[in-house]
Design a protein around this ligand. Structure first.
Ligand SMILES: Nc1ncnc2c1ncn2[C@@H]1O[C@H](COP(=O)(O)OP(=O)(O)OP(=O)(O)O)[C@@H](O)[C@H]1O
Length: 816
């Protein structure tokens, strides 16, 4: 650590400039209430002292504090801490805004193109949100920063309503796969007609302990049904929130239900004002009486899912409600000059880290599938290969300060908060508010946007379950919050160790989402600006950490945070007066007259005194070493716990990866099976088709081949006929033989047939047919000339037979 006596300056490698802000005690009324509630509790003791500013302190501001363990603590070590500056209880918001490095940070975002980050860290209830978001009378660093940004950019700020292609142009160059909307369109879809309505009665905004909790405000539609303890940041509610005051019991009991909130579909969260909360006026756009929740969801979703959506709302006609916001402190005199030949677009996005997961605070479900809030990834994208971004956020282009405030309020309504024993409106997540300032040359033709981002982080506070009196899901949340803050502490510890001159250590920022988001871009990188295809060197971000502490509360938790966030530290153990010195002090001789005489110098006594003082010194050293040892042991324990957690996490990741691989394999196998089944089916179909075609061909072929069958049948028929004729012939011959020889010339006639139709012709025909089958006849070749008649007859072909004309055949048949 840096020498504690010098005015601490963060080294160039520092991740943060660290400022300390002390929280003022609660108002007398609140103190009175607390005393009446817990009469046995001793009045809180102040354990923190602010050291007078040193000679070289900046602006005459103190830089060191000392903490003395309270009387009931067993610890004795007095610790002194150094910070860049210490802001005491009476410090106002403006003092903080001007005194911390916020103004140069904004200048860096506007001019140098350097990202800036402001974060608050502290025990729950120490004033982080108050610093970042302000109260109902004072603006916080967020509003003040926005005001300066818009004042500086003035008329060079582009508004989507004036530039039709603005959203498309921003969309084309956005590296974070964001959905970009215009503010009026976004707000119209969230609040609709209520934006145009005259302001309703403004609710008293509860803020202090004892006043109605955050839950008493009208809560957003997304949280009405499930978290009764959740609601908007009470201190600086913008819109007309007609407060309703749920009973504290309800608040407490439902706090337990908070963990379920994430898994409850938003459809269930749309308030049914007439049924579930009859006395509660609506906050989000009142649904049309005839519109079901589903329809309402669809309506919002349908319009918003188109990133290029340009709403049909009057140009820049926002409700007057932001004017009801605190205007103090006034910073109208503060503005930076920006490049005159440039035009600027301001994009606002919001997300939270809840249970180590990132959720968009501005997302509006675009369809039924999106009803559950999906967590987003912090990753490098195609357009941003060497810088990580939260991918898939909703970003809203805000043309004015008022629009930006409305968006901020909208996001805060979605943020998870709960009432705990330590803070009635305690943040249960780490909230990130991001303002991107993009610029391009004037003219609006170019898509070559470059820009930088200001991120404002309201961290959830660390808490002790015993003090916070949390249980169930809220306790589990607290566990996650404390774990992420512990990792943050380790990163900060590394910073102070390397500032101390120890060899530079790697900051272990990849241990959880919070530290990843905070530190990933804290180191220089070069990114390829995809629109221009040139390498754009991105400066490392500058960061400010404002540590908030209540000097009268939570000694252990506060000292722990101071220990790891301070830029330098010194431990001393107060001297206990030694026995000898006490004895010797009492041995001072007095005369009778009461005159004090110089003590008699006894050499032995001097030696003893020296010995005692040496013993005392050594004792003191031992004490300091003991303190260091205890700290080292704590660190070791912490490291061991981390190691164990890391191992468990590794195991869990391994299991998850295995399961993922397994399910991927199963999915692929199933896919492959389906593919094969499909291919198989197709093949089978093809086969069937093929078979059908074959059958068709076959059936056609069968028809063709029917001819020979018919021929066979015909042959058989003819053969039968032939047989019948032969029999008839034989019968005739027999008949002839039985006749008288006078009739023989007829036989001779038969052997020489004439051309007449008559027995001669018939005889010749019968003669021809006799002794030959048609088959044989068919086989016979045509008769060649010069052959014997006998031979001729044998070789009579069916063709020849066939050559008989029809008349002849008919005559022949009729004859027989
Ligand atoms: N500097 C301050 N001046 C006046 N009031 C303050 C100041 N700091 C804190 N408070 C009040 O203290 C209460 C708790 O503060 P706040 O909600 O900001 O705490 P927190 O650190 O954000 O707590 P958590 O981590 O639980 O969200 C609020 O009512 C707030 O108005």
């Amino acid at each position: 650590m840096a020498s504690i006596d010098q005015s601490p300056k963060a080294s160039p490698t520092s991740l943060f400039q660290v400022y300390l802000r002390l929280r003022p005690p609660p108002s007398p009324l609140v103190q009175l209430t607390q005393q009446s509630l817990y009469p046995l509790l001793p009045p809180p003791e102040r354990y923190l002292t602010v050291e007078a500013p040193g000679k070289d302190s900046q602006d005459g501001m103190p830089t060191h504090i000392t903490i003395h363990p309270p009387s009931d603590s067993r610890k004795r070590a007095v610790e002194k801490f150094a910070f860049t500056k210490v802001f005491e209880e009476q410090a106002e918001q403006l003092e903080l805004f001007r005194g911390t490095g916020v103004v140069p940070l904004i200048e860096g975002v506007l001019g140098e193109g350097r990202d800036g980050l402001i974060a608050t860290l502290g025990v729950t209830g120490s004033g982080k949100s108050h610093t970042i978001l302000g109260s109902k009378s004072q603006r916080g660093l967020t509003q003040l920063s926005l005001d300066v940004l818009y004042r500086s950019l003035g008329t060079q700020t582009l508004h989507p309503a004036d530039h039709a292609s603005l959203i498309a142009s921003l969309n084309a160059t956005d590296a974070s796969e964001a959905q970009i909307f215009s503010a009026p369109g976004f707000l119209d879809n969230v609040y609709g007609d209520s934006l145009q309505e005259p302001s309703r009665s403004r609710a008293p905004t509860p803020m202090m302990v004892g006043s109605p909790s955050r839950s008493s405000l009208k809560v957003p539609y997304s949280s009405l049904k499930v978290h009764h303890t959740t609601g908007p940041r009470s201190q600086w509610s913008i819109l007309s929130l007609d407060a309703v005051t749920p009973s504290p019991e309800k608040s407490n009991s439902s706090a337990v239900n908070e963990g379920k909130a994430a898994s409850v579909p938003n459809a269930e969260r749309i308030p049914n004002h007439t049924s579930t909360l009859p006395s509660q006026p609506s906050f989000r756009k009142p649904l049309n009486p005839g519109m079901t929740r589903k329809q309402a969801k669809m309506r919002f979703g349908d319009t918003l899912q188109d990133p290029a959506f340009t709403p049909n709302v009057p140009k820049r006609k926002l409700p007057q409600r932001p004017s009801a916001l605190p205007q103090f402190p006034d910073i109208s005199g503060l503005a930076f000059s920006v490049e005159p030949n440039m035009e600027y677009a301001i994009l606002v996005s919001m997300h939270e880290v809840y249970n180590d997961r990132i959720f968009d605070l501005l997302s509006v479900p675009s369809n039924q599938k999106d009803l559950r809030r999906r967590h987003l990834l912090f990753k490098s994208t195609e357009a941003s290969p060497d810088r990580k971004v939260v991918a898939g956020l909703c970003k809203v282009v805000c043309g004015s300060y008022e629009e930006a405030l409305m968006i901020l309020e909208t996001g805060l309504l979605e943020r998870r908060v709960a009432g705990t024993g330590s803070n009635s409106v305690s943040s249960r997540s780490h909230g990130f508010f991001c303002v991107e300032v993009k610029r391009r040359p004037r003219g609006g033709l170019s898509n070559s946007w470059i820009g930088s981002q200001l991120t404002i982080v309201d961290l959830a506070g660390s808490e002790r379950a015993r003090n916070a009196k949390t249980a169930g899901a809220t306790l589990a949340e607290a566990g996650k919050i404390n774990e992420s803050l512990m990792y943050l502490g380790q990163c900060l510890q590394m910073q102070s160790d390397s500032d101390d001159g120890a060899k530079p250590t790697l900051v272990p920022f990849r241990q959880c989402k919070l530290t990843e988001l905070l530190f990933s871009n804290s180191f220089p990188s070069s990114s390829h600006h995809h629109s221009t295809h040139t390498t754009h060197h991105k400066n490392a971000q500058k960061a400010i950490m404002i540590v908030t502490a209540d000097p009268m509360n939570e000694f252990n938790a506060t000292s722990q945070i101071l220990r790891y966030s301070a830029l330098a530290r010194e431990v001393t153990v107060p001297r206990i007066p030694s026995v000898s010195s006490t004895i010797f002090a009492n041995t001072t001789s007095r005369t009778l007259s009461g005159q004090t005489l110089p003590p008699t110098v006894h050499t032995d006594e001097a030696v003893v005194e020296m010995a005692f003082s040496e013993i005392a010194r050594l004792n003191e050293e031992v004490e300091v070493l003991n303190v260091r040892l205890t700290e080292q042991e704590e660190r070791r324990k912490e490291a061991e716990e981390n190691w164990q957690k890391a191992e468990e996490k590794a195991e869990q990741i391994e299991m998850e990866v295995r399961e993922e691989c397994w399910s991927e394999m199963e999915r692929k196998t199933e896919e492959e099976r389906r593919r094969w089944m499909g291919a198989w089916g197709e093949e089978a179909d093809r086969n069937d088709e093929h078979l059908d075609r074959k059958l068709e061909i076959l059936s056609k072929g069968i028809q063709i081949h029917e001819d020979p069958i018919e021929q066979d049948a015909r042959t058989t028929e003819l053969e039968d006929e032939n047989e019948a004729l032969r029999r008839k012939l034989e019968a005739l011959e027999r008949e002839l033989q039985c006749r008288s020889p006078t009739k023989l010339p007829r036989k001779a006639q038969l052997s020489s047939p004439s051309k007449d139709f008559g027995p001669g012709v018939l005889g010749a025909a019968l003669f021809k047919l006799n002794g030959m089958s048609l088959t044989e006849a068919a086989e016979c070749k045509p008769q060649s000339p010069g052959k014997t008649p006998g031979k001729k007859m044998r070789k009579l072909t069916a063709r020849k037979w066939d050559l008989m004309d029809e008349k002849e055949m008919d005559a022949f048949e009729n004859h027989y």
